[in-house]
Design a protein around this ligand. Structure first.
Ligand SMILES: Cc1ncc(COP(=O)(O)O)c(C=O)c1O
Length: 403
Protein backbone atom coordinates (compact mmCIF):
# COMPACT_ATOMS: atom_id res chain seq x y z
CA UNK A 1 0.00 0.00 0.00
CA UNK A 2 1.23 3.48 -0.86
CA UNK A 3 2.36 5.59 2.06
CA UNK A 4 0.95 8.71 0.39
CA UNK A 5 -2.39 10.23 1.29
CA UNK A 6 -5.21 8.69 -0.72
CA UNK A 7 -5.99 12.04 -2.38
CA UNK A 8 -2.68 11.78 -4.22
CA UNK A 9 -3.99 8.80 -6.17
CA UNK A 10 -6.83 10.93 -7.54
CA UNK A 11 -4.69 13.63 -9.14
CA UNK A 12 -1.89 13.83 -11.70
CA UNK A 13 0.94 16.29 -12.26
CA UNK A 14 -0.03 19.27 -14.40
CA UNK A 15 0.31 18.08 -18.04
CA UNK A 16 1.09 21.58 -19.26
CA UNK A 17 4.07 21.82 -16.91
CA UNK A 18 5.20 18.35 -18.03
CA UNK A 19 5.47 19.41 -21.67
CA UNK A 20 7.32 22.56 -20.63
CA UNK A 21 9.83 20.46 -18.67
CA UNK A 22 10.49 18.12 -21.60
CA UNK A 23 10.84 21.03 -24.04
CA UNK A 24 13.25 22.66 -21.61
CA UNK A 25 15.31 19.49 -21.33
CA UNK A 26 15.67 19.30 -25.12
CA UNK A 27 16.50 22.99 -25.37
CA UNK A 28 19.24 22.63 -22.79
CA UNK A 29 20.70 19.80 -24.83
CA UNK A 30 21.04 22.22 -27.75
CA UNK A 31 17.90 21.47 -29.79
CA UNK A 32 16.12 24.44 -31.41
CA UNK A 33 12.69 23.78 -29.90
CA UNK A 34 9.67 25.81 -31.04
CA UNK A 35 7.74 25.92 -27.80
CA UNK A 36 4.02 26.30 -28.42
CA UNK A 37 3.16 24.59 -25.18
CA UNK A 38 3.57 27.48 -22.77
CA UNK A 39 0.47 29.16 -21.44
CA UNK A 40 2.09 32.51 -20.92
CA UNK A 41 2.59 35.80 -22.74
CA UNK A 42 5.91 36.23 -24.52
CA UNK A 43 5.73 40.00 -23.94
CA UNK A 44 7.81 41.69 -21.28
CA UNK A 45 6.02 43.04 -18.23
CA UNK A 46 5.20 46.74 -18.92
CA UNK A 47 7.90 49.22 -17.89
CA UNK A 48 5.75 51.17 -15.41
CA UNK A 49 4.99 47.90 -13.60
CA UNK A 50 8.67 47.01 -13.38
CA UNK A 51 9.43 50.54 -12.17
CA UNK A 52 6.97 50.11 -9.32
CA UNK A 53 8.76 46.91 -8.32
CA UNK A 54 12.16 48.62 -8.42
CA UNK A 55 10.82 51.38 -6.20
CA UNK A 56 9.35 48.87 -3.75
CA UNK A 57 12.68 47.13 -3.49
CA UNK A 58 14.60 50.40 -3.05
CA UNK A 59 12.15 51.41 -0.33
CA UNK A 60 12.79 48.07 1.42
CA UNK A 61 9.19 47.02 0.99
CA UNK A 62 10.36 43.49 1.59
CA UNK A 63 8.65 42.34 4.78
CA UNK A 64 5.55 40.28 5.46
CA UNK A 65 2.33 42.01 4.49
CA UNK A 66 -1.15 41.09 5.72
CA UNK A 67 -1.79 37.59 4.44
CA UNK A 68 -4.75 38.70 2.28
CA UNK A 69 -2.59 41.36 0.63
CA UNK A 70 -2.08 45.07 1.28
CA UNK A 71 -5.31 47.10 1.38
CA UNK A 72 -4.10 49.33 -1.45
CA UNK A 73 -3.93 46.34 -3.79
CA UNK A 74 -7.26 44.87 -2.67
CA UNK A 75 -8.72 48.30 -3.31
CA UNK A 76 -6.99 48.52 -6.71
CA UNK A 77 -8.75 45.30 -7.72
CA UNK A 78 -12.08 46.80 -6.62
CA UNK A 79 -11.40 50.02 -8.54
CA UNK A 80 -10.39 48.12 -11.69
CA UNK A 81 -13.62 46.11 -11.70
CA UNK A 82 -15.66 49.24 -11.04
CA UNK A 83 -14.14 50.85 -14.14
CA UNK A 84 -14.23 47.74 -16.31
CA UNK A 85 -17.56 46.21 -15.30
CA UNK A 86 -19.49 48.82 -13.32
CA UNK A 87 -19.64 46.58 -10.24
CA UNK A 88 -18.88 47.72 -6.73
CA UNK A 89 -17.37 45.75 -3.88
CA UNK A 90 -15.20 46.51 -0.90
CA UNK A 91 -11.50 45.63 -0.54
CA UNK A 92 -12.59 43.26 2.26
CA UNK A 93 -14.35 41.23 -0.44
CA UNK A 94 -11.00 40.58 -2.18
CA UNK A 95 -8.08 38.33 -1.26
CA UNK A 96 -4.75 38.60 -3.05
CA UNK A 97 -3.35 35.18 -3.98
CA UNK A 98 -0.36 33.63 -5.74
CA UNK A 99 -2.02 33.76 -9.16
CA UNK A 100 -5.55 32.77 -10.11
CA UNK A 101 -4.49 29.21 -9.37
CA UNK A 102 -4.26 29.82 -5.64
CA UNK A 103 -7.48 31.86 -5.70
CA UNK A 104 -9.29 28.85 -7.17
CA UNK A 105 -7.53 26.43 -4.84
CA UNK A 106 -8.39 28.42 -1.70
CA UNK A 107 -11.99 28.64 -2.90
CA UNK A 108 -12.16 24.88 -3.42
CA UNK A 109 -10.70 24.25 0.03
CA UNK A 110 -13.02 26.75 1.68
CA UNK A 111 -16.25 25.58 0.03
CA UNK A 112 -16.13 21.89 -0.88
CA UNK A 113 -16.72 18.88 1.36
CA UNK A 114 -16.06 15.22 0.60
CA UNK A 115 -18.86 13.96 -1.64
CA UNK A 116 -19.80 17.39 -2.99
CA UNK A 117 -20.23 17.60 -6.73
CA UNK A 118 -18.89 20.56 -8.68
CA UNK A 119 -20.19 20.98 -12.20
CA UNK A 120 -17.79 22.37 -14.75
CA UNK A 121 -17.23 22.17 -18.50
CA UNK A 122 -14.80 20.15 -20.57
CA UNK A 123 -12.42 20.47 -22.29
CA UNK A 124 -10.96 22.15 -19.23
CA UNK A 125 -7.76 23.53 -17.82
CA UNK A 126 -6.44 20.51 -15.88
CA UNK A 127 -6.06 22.18 -12.49
CA UNK A 128 -9.80 22.85 -12.33
CA UNK A 129 -10.63 19.16 -12.08
CA UNK A 130 -7.67 18.27 -9.90
CA UNK A 131 -8.21 21.11 -7.42
CA UNK A 132 -11.79 19.92 -6.93
CA UNK A 133 -10.42 16.42 -6.28
CA UNK A 134 -7.79 17.73 -3.88
CA UNK A 135 -10.68 19.19 -1.89
CA UNK A 136 -12.12 15.64 -1.84
CA UNK A 137 -15.07 16.71 -3.98
CA UNK A 138 -16.09 15.31 -7.35
CA UNK A 139 -15.84 17.20 -10.65
CA UNK A 140 -18.86 16.60 -12.88
CA UNK A 141 -17.82 17.40 -16.41
CA UNK A 142 -20.27 18.66 -18.99
CA UNK A 143 -18.55 18.39 -22.33
CA UNK A 144 -18.71 21.25 -24.86
CA UNK A 145 -18.33 20.51 -28.57
CA UNK A 146 -16.16 21.78 -31.38
CA UNK A 147 -19.11 21.55 -33.77
CA UNK A 148 -20.72 24.57 -32.11
CA UNK A 149 -17.52 26.38 -31.23
CA UNK A 150 -17.25 24.80 -27.75
CA UNK A 151 -20.05 27.13 -26.68
CA UNK A 152 -20.90 26.87 -23.00
CA UNK A 153 -24.66 26.33 -22.84
CA UNK A 154 -26.51 26.69 -19.56
CA UNK A 155 -29.02 23.88 -20.10
CA UNK A 156 -26.67 20.86 -19.86
CA UNK A 157 -24.97 22.40 -16.83
CA UNK A 158 -28.32 22.88 -15.12
CA UNK A 159 -29.37 19.34 -16.11
CA UNK A 160 -26.28 18.02 -14.33
CA UNK A 161 -27.40 19.44 -10.96
CA UNK A 162 -28.13 16.78 -8.33
CA UNK A 163 -28.84 17.01 -4.59
CA UNK A 164 -25.07 16.69 -4.06
CA UNK A 165 -24.15 19.66 -6.25
CA UNK A 166 -22.34 22.40 -4.35
CA UNK A 167 -21.14 24.68 -7.13
CA UNK A 168 -20.94 25.39 -10.83
CA UNK A 169 -17.53 26.50 -12.04
CA UNK A 170 -17.20 28.25 -15.39
CA UNK A 171 -13.96 29.25 -17.09
CA UNK A 172 -14.56 32.04 -19.61
CA UNK A 173 -12.68 32.75 -21.83
CA UNK A 174 -11.84 29.07 -21.65
CA UNK A 175 -8.41 27.49 -21.66
CA UNK A 176 -7.98 25.46 -23.91
CA UNK A 177 -10.94 26.14 -26.26
CA UNK A 178 -11.00 29.95 -26.23
CA UNK A 179 -14.81 29.85 -25.94
CA UNK A 180 -16.69 32.59 -24.13
CA UNK A 181 -19.82 32.18 -22.09
CA UNK A 182 -22.55 34.63 -23.07
CA UNK A 183 -24.20 36.87 -20.49
CA UNK A 184 -27.59 35.34 -21.33
CA UNK A 185 -26.38 31.80 -20.61
CA UNK A 186 -24.70 32.97 -17.41
CA UNK A 187 -27.98 34.56 -16.33
CA UNK A 188 -29.70 31.18 -16.75
CA UNK A 189 -27.01 29.49 -14.67
CA UNK A 190 -27.29 32.18 -12.00
CA UNK A 191 -31.06 31.85 -11.77
CA UNK A 192 -30.86 28.06 -11.49
CA UNK A 193 -28.00 28.22 -8.97
CA UNK A 194 -29.58 30.85 -6.75
CA UNK A 195 -32.89 28.97 -6.68
CA UNK A 196 -30.98 25.98 -5.28
CA UNK A 197 -28.48 27.80 -3.08
CA UNK A 198 -25.46 26.76 -5.18
CA UNK A 199 -22.22 28.66 -5.60
CA UNK A 200 -21.13 29.95 -8.98
CA UNK A 201 -17.39 30.29 -9.41
CA UNK A 202 -15.95 32.03 -12.44
CA UNK A 203 -12.39 31.54 -13.57
CA UNK A 204 -11.87 34.89 -15.27
CA UNK A 205 -8.10 34.54 -15.80
CA UNK A 206 -8.35 35.49 -19.50
CA UNK A 207 -10.93 38.25 -18.96
CA UNK A 208 -8.84 40.81 -20.87
CA UNK A 209 -8.13 38.54 -23.83
CA UNK A 210 -11.35 38.75 -25.83
CA UNK A 211 -10.99 39.44 -29.55
CA UNK A 212 -14.37 40.65 -30.74
CA UNK A 213 -16.49 43.34 -29.08
CA UNK A 214 -18.86 40.88 -27.38
CA UNK A 215 -20.52 41.53 -24.05
CA UNK A 216 -18.83 39.53 -21.33
CA UNK A 217 -19.84 41.19 -18.09
CA UNK A 218 -20.36 37.91 -16.27
CA UNK A 219 -19.57 39.44 -12.88
CA UNK A 220 -22.38 41.98 -13.22
CA UNK A 221 -24.82 39.27 -14.29
CA UNK A 222 -23.91 37.27 -11.18
CA UNK A 223 -23.84 40.22 -8.79
CA UNK A 224 -27.32 41.25 -9.89
CA UNK A 225 -28.71 37.79 -9.26
CA UNK A 226 -26.70 36.01 -6.58
CA UNK A 227 -23.98 38.19 -5.18
CA UNK A 228 -23.90 36.28 -1.89
CA UNK A 229 -22.95 33.06 -3.71
CA UNK A 230 -20.54 34.37 -6.36
CA UNK A 231 -16.79 33.89 -6.47
CA UNK A 232 -14.71 35.43 -9.28
CA UNK A 233 -11.05 34.47 -9.61
CA UNK A 234 -8.57 36.24 -11.85
CA UNK A 235 -5.00 37.53 -12.00
CA UNK A 236 -2.54 39.99 -13.44
CA UNK A 237 -0.79 37.01 -15.06
CA UNK A 238 -2.12 36.96 -18.62
CA UNK A 239 -3.48 40.49 -19.05
CA UNK A 240 -0.29 42.27 -17.98
CA UNK A 241 2.32 39.65 -18.96
CA UNK A 242 3.05 38.93 -15.30
CA UNK A 243 2.89 35.14 -14.99
CA UNK A 244 6.07 34.83 -12.96
CA UNK A 245 5.16 37.56 -10.48
CA UNK A 246 2.34 35.43 -9.04
CA UNK A 247 -0.51 37.79 -8.35
CA UNK A 248 -4.15 36.84 -8.51
CA UNK A 249 -7.28 37.41 -6.50
CA UNK A 250 -10.64 36.02 -5.50
CA UNK A 251 -13.63 38.34 -5.23
CA UNK A 252 -16.30 36.86 -2.99
CA UNK A 253 -18.56 37.62 -0.01
CA UNK A 254 -16.55 38.76 2.99
CA UNK A 255 -17.05 35.52 4.95
CA UNK A 256 -15.65 33.46 2.04
CA UNK A 257 -12.65 35.78 1.85
CA UNK A 258 -12.15 35.33 5.60
CA UNK A 259 -12.12 31.54 5.20
CA UNK A 260 -9.77 31.73 2.19
CA UNK A 261 -7.50 33.89 4.29
CA UNK A 262 -7.48 31.30 7.08
CA UNK A 263 -6.28 28.71 4.54
CA UNK A 264 -3.74 31.10 3.04
CA UNK A 265 -2.60 32.22 6.49
CA UNK A 266 -1.74 28.62 7.35
CA UNK A 267 -0.13 27.78 4.04
CA UNK A 268 1.60 30.46 1.99
CA UNK A 269 0.75 33.72 3.83
CA UNK A 270 0.98 36.85 1.71
CA UNK A 271 2.23 36.85 -1.85
CA UNK A 272 5.54 38.51 -2.57
CA UNK A 273 5.52 42.07 -1.21
CA UNK A 274 7.28 43.56 -4.27
CA UNK A 275 4.82 41.90 -6.60
CA UNK A 276 1.99 43.56 -4.71
CA UNK A 277 3.37 47.01 -5.51
CA UNK A 278 3.89 46.01 -9.15
CA UNK A 279 0.31 44.72 -9.35
CA UNK A 280 -1.04 48.03 -8.02
CA UNK A 281 0.78 49.77 -10.88
CA UNK A 282 -0.61 47.26 -13.39
CA UNK A 283 -4.20 47.67 -12.23
CA UNK A 284 -4.23 51.42 -11.69
CA UNK A 285 -1.81 52.54 -14.42
CA UNK A 286 -2.30 52.94 -18.18
CA UNK A 287 -4.19 50.06 -19.78
CA UNK A 288 -3.19 50.66 -23.40
CA UNK A 289 -0.49 47.96 -23.20
CA UNK A 290 -3.25 45.40 -22.69
CA UNK A 291 -4.88 46.48 -25.96
CA UNK A 292 -1.56 46.45 -27.81
CA UNK A 293 -0.93 42.86 -26.70
CA UNK A 294 -4.49 41.84 -27.54
CA UNK A 295 -4.15 43.25 -31.06
CA UNK A 296 -0.93 41.33 -31.57
CA UNK A 297 -2.50 38.09 -30.26
CA UNK A 298 -5.40 38.58 -32.69
CA UNK A 299 -2.98 38.95 -35.62
CA UNK A 300 -1.18 35.77 -34.56
CA UNK A 301 -4.41 33.87 -33.99
CA UNK A 302 -5.58 34.67 -37.51
CA UNK A 303 -2.23 33.80 -39.09
CA UNK A 304 -1.72 30.52 -37.25
CA UNK A 305 -5.32 29.48 -37.84
CA UNK A 306 -4.87 30.06 -41.59
CA UNK A 307 -1.52 28.23 -41.71
CA UNK A 308 -2.77 25.18 -39.86
CA UNK A 309 -6.18 24.80 -41.44
CA UNK A 310 -4.64 25.03 -44.92
CA UNK A 311 -4.23 21.30 -44.30
CA UNK A 312 -7.78 19.84 -44.32
CA UNK A 313 -6.76 17.13 -41.86
CA UNK A 314 -6.31 19.75 -39.16
CA UNK A 315 -9.73 20.97 -38.05
CA UNK A 316 -9.77 24.03 -35.84
CA UNK A 317 -12.23 26.71 -34.81
CA UNK A 318 -11.11 30.30 -34.42
CA UNK A 319 -11.27 31.04 -30.68
CA UNK A 320 -13.01 34.12 -29.30
CA UNK A 321 -10.65 34.56 -26.36
CA UNK A 322 -7.46 33.47 -24.52
CA UNK A 323 -4.37 32.67 -26.65
CA UNK A 324 -4.70 29.05 -27.67
CA UNK A 325 -5.76 27.14 -30.76
CA UNK A 326 -7.24 23.73 -30.09
CA UNK A 327 -6.95 21.70 -33.30
CA UNK A 328 -8.70 18.39 -33.80
CA UNK A 329 -6.39 15.82 -35.35
CA UNK A 330 -8.33 12.55 -35.29
CA UNK A 331 -7.65 12.21 -39.03
CA UNK A 332 -3.96 12.01 -38.24
CA UNK A 333 -4.31 9.17 -35.77
CA UNK A 334 -4.58 5.50 -36.64
CA UNK A 335 -4.23 2.12 -34.94
CA UNK A 336 -1.13 1.33 -37.02
CA UNK A 337 0.54 4.72 -36.63
CA UNK A 338 0.18 7.47 -34.05
CA UNK A 339 -2.67 6.34 -31.81
CA UNK A 340 -3.44 9.30 -29.59
CA UNK A 341 -2.85 13.01 -29.30
CA UNK A 342 -0.41 12.18 -26.49
CA UNK A 343 1.65 10.14 -28.95
CA UNK A 344 1.21 12.89 -31.56
CA UNK A 345 2.65 15.53 -29.21
CA UNK A 346 5.53 13.24 -28.26
CA UNK A 347 6.37 12.53 -31.90
CA UNK A 348 6.08 16.20 -32.82
CA UNK A 349 8.59 17.10 -30.13
CA UNK A 350 10.95 14.26 -30.95
CA UNK A 351 10.88 14.52 -34.73
CA UNK A 352 10.47 18.22 -35.51
CA UNK A 353 11.11 19.79 -32.08
CA UNK A 354 7.75 21.50 -31.70
CA UNK A 355 6.20 21.44 -28.23
CA UNK A 356 2.39 21.40 -27.98
CA UNK A 357 0.15 20.07 -25.21
CA UNK A 358 -1.85 16.91 -25.92
CA UNK A 359 -5.62 17.03 -25.48
CA UNK A 360 -5.86 14.15 -22.99
CA UNK A 361 -4.89 16.43 -20.09
CA UNK A 362 -7.78 18.73 -21.00
CA UNK A 363 -10.26 15.85 -21.10
CA UNK A 364 -10.18 16.05 -24.89
CA UNK A 365 -8.43 13.16 -26.63
CA UNK A 366 -7.97 13.76 -30.37
CA UNK A 367 -7.06 17.42 -29.83
CA UNK A 368 -3.88 19.28 -29.03
CA UNK A 369 -3.40 22.76 -27.62
CA UNK A 370 -1.12 25.25 -29.27
CA UNK A 371 -0.30 28.55 -27.59
CA UNK A 372 0.14 31.52 -29.93
CA UNK A 373 1.67 33.64 -27.18
CA UNK A 374 4.97 33.60 -29.03
CA UNK A 375 6.49 35.66 -31.85
CA UNK A 376 4.95 35.43 -35.31
CA UNK A 377 8.31 34.23 -36.69
CA UNK A 378 8.46 31.32 -34.25
CA UNK A 379 4.80 30.57 -34.90
CA UNK A 380 5.48 30.39 -38.65
CA UNK A 381 8.46 28.14 -38.04
CA UNK A 382 6.37 25.93 -35.73
CA UNK A 383 3.47 25.69 -38.19
CA UNK A 384 5.87 24.87 -41.05
CA UNK A 385 7.34 22.08 -38.96
CA UNK A 386 3.89 20.76 -38.02
CA UNK A 387 2.83 20.77 -41.68
CA UNK A 388 6.01 18.97 -42.70
CA UNK A 389 5.41 16.41 -39.95
CA UNK A 390 1.84 15.83 -41.12
CA UNK A 391 2.95 15.42 -44.73
CA UNK A 392 5.53 12.87 -43.60
CA UNK A 393 2.82 11.02 -41.71
CA UNK A 394 0.72 10.91 -44.84
CA UNK A 395 3.53 9.59 -46.99
CA UNK A 396 4.14 6.88 -44.39
CA UNK A 397 0.72 5.48 -45.45
CA UNK A 398 -0.39 5.12 -41.85
CA UNK A 399 -3.26 7.59 -41.78
CA UNK A 400 -6.92 6.64 -41.53
CA UNK A 401 -9.15 7.65 -44.43
CA UNK A 402 -10.23 11.29 -44.36
CA UNK A 403 -13.47 11.85 -42.52
C1 LIG B 1 -7.95 28.77 -17.03
C2 LIG B 1 -6.83 29.14 -16.14
N1 LIG B 1 -7.10 29.46 -14.87
C3 LIG B 1 -6.13 29.80 -14.00
C4 LIG B 1 -4.81 29.82 -14.41
C5 LIG B 1 -3.76 30.16 -13.39
O1 LIG B 1 -3.25 31.41 -13.63
P1 LIG B 1 -2.10 32.01 -12.67
O2 LIG B 1 -0.83 31.87 -13.41
O3 LIG B 1 -2.54 33.42 -12.49
O4 LIG B 1 -2.13 31.25 -11.41
C6 LIG B 1 -4.46 29.48 -15.71
C7 LIG B 1 -3.06 29.45 -16.12
O5 LIG B 1 -2.69 28.99 -17.16
C8 LIG B 1 -5.51 29.14 -16.59
O6 LIG B 1 -5.24 28.81 -17.86
Amino acid sequence: MSSFASRMSRVVASPTLKVAAEADRLRRSGVDVVDLGAGEPDFATPEHVKDAAHKALDANFTKYTPSAGVMELRDAVAQRYKIDYGVEFKPEEVIITAGAKQALYNTAMALFDPGDEVITTGPFWPSIGDQIKLADAKPVIVQTHMEDGFTIHAAPLIDAITPRTKAILVNSPCNPTGALMSEAEMAKIADAASARGLWVIVDFTYEKLIYEPVKHNLIKVLFERMRDKTVVCSATSKAYAMTGWRCGWAIAPKDVITQCNVIQGHSTSNINSITQKAAIAALTGPQDGVTTMLNEYRRRRDAVHAWLTADPRIVCIKPGGAFYLFPYIADLLSPSGIKSSGEFAEALLKEVAVAVTPGEGFNAPGFFRLSYATSIERLKEGCDRITTFVQKLESSGKLTAAR
